[in-house]
Design a protein around this ligand. Structure first.
Ligand code: NAD
Length: 290
């Protein structure tokens, strides 16, 4: 069994980006600048945004954190987005999801200028991805593609099963795995809450990508001997023995699944760091496309 270390791949990608930033600086070019909008005080969202800002510092990007109260109106949030759209120094920005219930996430996503949509959630970005045109790929699926490439995991002709059909992970993942390229060229089955015989379908997967959002949902009986398993889930489980007060679990019951796998990504240290690496790559792309 080979552990697919997103932490390691992400660190390598960040080193490469840092070299690119040095070159840009040396040539008098624009230093990439990423902004992140954080609405409210959700602990997990704060952690993700802080990690993104820290990664910007590491590679030499400029970064701006826009912190807004959880009771901000939708109109005021849209006005903040408009400011970022029109700020020439900001090359790309993200609005950390989820947003408070009174704000329409789709409306917010569509308000982001497509040329600054480094999370890759805008309909323009997703449409271009489907058409195989150069675009900002959604950060988490793009990070998984990068991990598969880094570990030379064979994908052509393989059966890839994706669990979960969210717009930000499962659905785009299924499209990327079916593309006529490497990594890709899989025969893809996209499963969801209405899927019947999920266990049998998963057990026939050469590559199983799990984004269901349920802790330790995938058990050993759902995994084929020699499969590749990529675990997207992140759950904070209360644990008083930890300094932070919680430990992290994925969507896969790692201890019992890992021995059956050829490759498996852990949680933490798997997909999470790759999402950040993709975000930085997209920001660099935004500068280049300008
Ligand atoms: P989501 O809740 O939007 O989607 C979950 C999907 O699972 C839905 O499409 C649903 O149809 C499907 N589902 C629910 N029950 C099912 C069942 N019994 N059988 C089959 N499918 C079922 O989740 P999401 O936003 O895609 O996130 C999934 C997980 O990944 C979460 O734990 C989230 O925190 C994590 N996540 C991690 C990263 C990262 O960077 N590592 C990024 C995004 C999301």
């Amino acid at each position: 069994m080979i552990l697919v270390s997103g932490k390691e791949v992400s660190s390598r990608v960040q080193d490469e980006i840092a070299i690119e930033v040095e070159k840009l600086k040396a040539n008098g070019g624009k230093i990439p600048h990423l902004a992140a909008v954080l609405v409210g005080e959700d602990g997990a969202s704060r952690t993700y945004v802080n990690a993104k800002v820290k990664a910007c510092e590491r590679v030499g990007f400029g970064s701006t954190l826009v912190k807004l109260d959880s009771d901000i109106s939708e109109a005021d949030l849209l006005a903040e987005i408009d400011k970022l759209n029109n700020d020439n120094d900001i090359d790309g920005f993200i609005v950390q999801l989820p947003l408070p219930k009174h704000i329409n996430e789709q409306k917010v996503t569509e308000a982001i200028a497509p040329e600054k949509d480094v999370d890759g959630f805008h309909p323009v970005s997703l449409g271009k991805m489907v058409l195989d045109l150069p675009s900002f790929l959604p950060a988490t699926p793009a990070g998984i593609i990068e991990m598969l490439r880094h570990y030379n995991i064979p994908t052509e002709g393989k059966h890839c099963v994706v669990i979960g059909r969210s717009h930000i992970v499962g659905s785009p993942m299924s499209i990327l795995m079916a593309r006529n390229t490497y990594p890709g060229n899989c025969t893809v089955t996209l499963t969801h809450s209405r899927t019947r015989n999920l266990t049998e379908i998963c057990a026939s997967a050469d590559i199983l990508i799990v984004a269901i959002g349920k802790p330790e949902f995938v058990t050993a009986d759902m995994v084929k001997e020699g499969a590749t398993v990529i675990d997207v889930g992140i759950h904070r489980i209360e644990d008083s023995s930890k300094k932070s007060g919680f430990r992290l679990l994925g969507d896969v019951k790692f201890d019992e699944v890992a021995p059956k796998c050829a490759f498996i990504s852990p949680v933490p240290g798997g997909v999470g760091p790759m999402t950040i690496a993709s975000l930085l790559k997209n920001t660099l792309l935004a500068v280049r496309l300008k």
